[in-house]
Design a protein around this ligand. Structure first.
Ligand SMILES: Cc1cc2nc3c(=O)[nH]c(=O)nc-3n(C[C@H](O)[C@H](O)[C@H](O)COP(=O)(O)OP(=O)(O)OC[C@H]3O[C@@H](n4cnc5c(N)ncnc54)[C@H](O)[C@@H]3O)c2cc1C
Length: 384
C-alpha cells in the first residue's frame, strides 16, 4: 500500500499552495469587507484576473479531459488541489471546468453548452430541488409536455446554486410519458430567478418556469433517464466537498494552535490546559480520518470502481468533522472567535451548509445503511 505522491504530484500541490498563499489569501480582507457591505465576495474582474493568472501558471481545467484543453489531473489530484484551495475562505476555484453530465451531450450540445462553459463564456446551474422535493428528489413535480417539436416546461425550483448568475440551466422535469428528463434551457427561453438570502456566502436562487418552450434537441441524454443523470452529477464529485473542508479545517486548527500558545489565562498560556489540548488533538485526529476517507473515495473513482458508498462515507464524515473542528476553534478563541474581526464565524456559517447540500447527513447515513443491509456494500474489505 503506497500513500506517497509522485514527485510531479508533490510539485503540483506545492505550486498550488504557494499560488493560494501569494495570490488568493491576500484577498481575504477584501472578501470580508465586501460581504459586510452586502456586495459579492469578489468583484467579477478580480475573479477574472485571478483565473487568468492561474491559467498562466497552468492551473486550468484541473479535471477536464485533454481533448477539451484541460489538465486531466484526475480525481486524487483534484481532491488534493481542493484541499489547498480550502485553506482560504476566498470563494475561488480554477477555471476551465464544466458539469460532468454536459459531456453526455450531443456534438451540437457540446458546442453550445459544454465548450463555452469550459472556456468561462457561459455559466450553468443544476436544478432538481423543488419546494416540495429536496431529499425526496424522485418526487419532483415540474412538468414538461410535448407540443410538436418543442416541450413546454412548468414548475418551480429552489436553492439553485448559481441560479442568479447562470445563463442556462440543466433542469429536471417529468416529461410524459417518459418520466424525469433533463433539459438544457437558456435563460432567454423565459425562466426567471430570484435570490434566496442565506446565512453563508452561498446565494442560491429560486427558478420559475411558466410555459417555457424548449426545443426537442435540448434534451440532455435520453428522455426518462434524467434521474440517473442527476445522480451522476451529484455522485461524481461528492468527495470534493470534504476535500475542500479538510483544507479549511487544517488552516483553522493552525490558527487555534497559534492562538493557544499566546493567549494567557490564570497565569499560563491556554495551550497548557488539557481542556484545550484535547480539543486540538481530537480535531487533528478527525481531520486525518477525513483526509484518508476522502482520498480513498477519489481513488475508487480514479480506478473506475463503485465509488458511491465510499463517497457517502467521506461526505458524511467530512461534513461533520468540519463543523466540529470550526466549533472547537471558535471555542479556543473565546469571545474573539465570535467576533467578525476574525474569519472563524464566517467559516462557521459557511461550513454548516456541508451537512445539508448534495445529500444531508441523514440521507448519507440512509444510503450507507441501506447499502450494507441490501448487500450492495460489504464490511471487511480493503482496497477492493
Ligand atoms: C445553499 C444551498 C445550495 C444548494 N444548491 C442546490 C443546487 O445547485 N441544485 C439543487 O438541485 N439543489 C440544491 N440545494 C438543495 C439541497 O440539495 C437540499 O436542500 C437538500 O437535498 C435537502 O433537501 P430539503 O432542503 O428539501 O430538506 P428535506 O428533504 O425537507 O429534509 C428536511 C430534514 O429531514 C431529513 N430527511 C428527509 N428525508 C429523510 C429520510 N428519508 N430519512 C431521514 N431523514 C430524512 C433531512 O435530512 C433534513 O434533516 C442547495 C441547498 C442549499 C441550502
Amino acid at each position: 500500500m503506497d500513500f506517497s505522491l509522485t514527485t510531479e504530484e508533490r510539485q503540483i500541490r506545492d505550486t498550488v499552495r504557494s499560488f493560494v498563499e501569494r495570490e488568493v489569501m491576500p484577498l481575504e480582507p477584501e472578501v470580508l469587507r465586501n460581504e459586510r457591505e452586502g456586495r459579492p465576495a469578489l468583484d467579477a474582474d478580480v475573479l477574472r484576473d485571478l483565473r487568468a493568472k492561474a491559467r498562466k501558471s497552468g492551473f486550468w481545467g484541473i479535471n477536464t479531459p485533454e481533448e477539451y484543453g484541460g489538465a486531466a489531473l484526475g480525481p486524487i489530484m483534484s481532491a488534493i488541489i481542493a484541499m489547498e484551495l480550502g485553506r482560504t475562505f476566498v470563494p475561488f476555484s480554477f477555471g476551465g471546468s464544466a458539469d460532468n453530465i454536459l459531456y453526455a451531450g450531443t456534438d451540437e450540445q457540446k458546442r453550445r453548452y459544454l465548450i463555452p462553459t469550459i472556456e468561462g463564456e457561459r455559466r450553468s446551474c443544476f436544478a432538481i430541488t423543488e419546494p416540495g422535493a429536496g431529499s425526496d428528489a424522485r418526487n419532483i413535480r415540474a412538468r414538461a409536455v410535448r407540443d410538436g417539436a418543442e416541450w413546454i416546461i412548468n414548475g418551480e425550483k429552489t436553492f439553485i446554486t448559481g441560479g442568479n448568475e447562470a445563463d442556462f440551466v440543466m433542469v429536471f422535469a417529468v416529461a410524459e410519458p417518459y418520466g424525469v428528463t433533463c433539459f438544457l434551457v437558456d435563460r432567454d427561453m423565459g425562466w426567471r430567478s430570484e435570490p434566496i438570502p442565506t446565512m453563508g456566502q452561498w446565494g442560491p436562487a429560486s427558478l420559475v418556469f411558466e410555459d417555457v418552450r424548449v426545443p426537442e434537441e435540448n434534451i440532455l441524454g435520453e428522455p426518462g433517464r434524467g434521474f440517473e443523470l442527476a445522480m451522476e452529477w451529484i455522485g461524481q464529485g461528492r468527495y470534493m466537498i470534504p476535500a475542500r473542508a479538510i483544507g479549511s479545517a487544517e488552516r483553522m486548527l493552525q490558527m487555534a494552535v497559534d492562538y493557544a500558545k499566546i493567549r494567557q489565562s490564570m497565569g499560563r498560556a491556554i495551550a497548557e490546559y488539557q481542556a484545550i489540548q484535547w480539543m486540538i488533538a481530537d480535531s487533528q485526529v478527525e481531520i486525518e480520518a477525513a483526509k484518508w476517507l476522502t482520498l480513498y473515495a477519489a481513488w475508487r473513482v480514479r480506478e473506475g470502481l463503485e465509488a458511491r458508498h465510499a463517497s457517502s462515507i467521506a461526505k458524511l464524515n467530512g461534513a461533520v468533522m468540519a463543523n466540529q473542528v470550526v466549533d472547537r476553534v471558535l471555542q479556543i478563541h473565546g469571545g474573539m472567535g465570535y467576533t467578525k474581526e476574525l474569519p472563524i464565524e464566517r467559516w462557521y456559517r459557511e461550513l454548516r451548509l456541508l451537512r445539508i447540500f448534495e445529500g444531508t447527513d441523514e440521507i448519507q447515513r440512509r444510503t450507507i445503511a441501506r447499502n450494507l443491509i441490501k448487500g450492495h456494500a460489504r464490511l471487511g474489505l480493503i482496497g477492493e
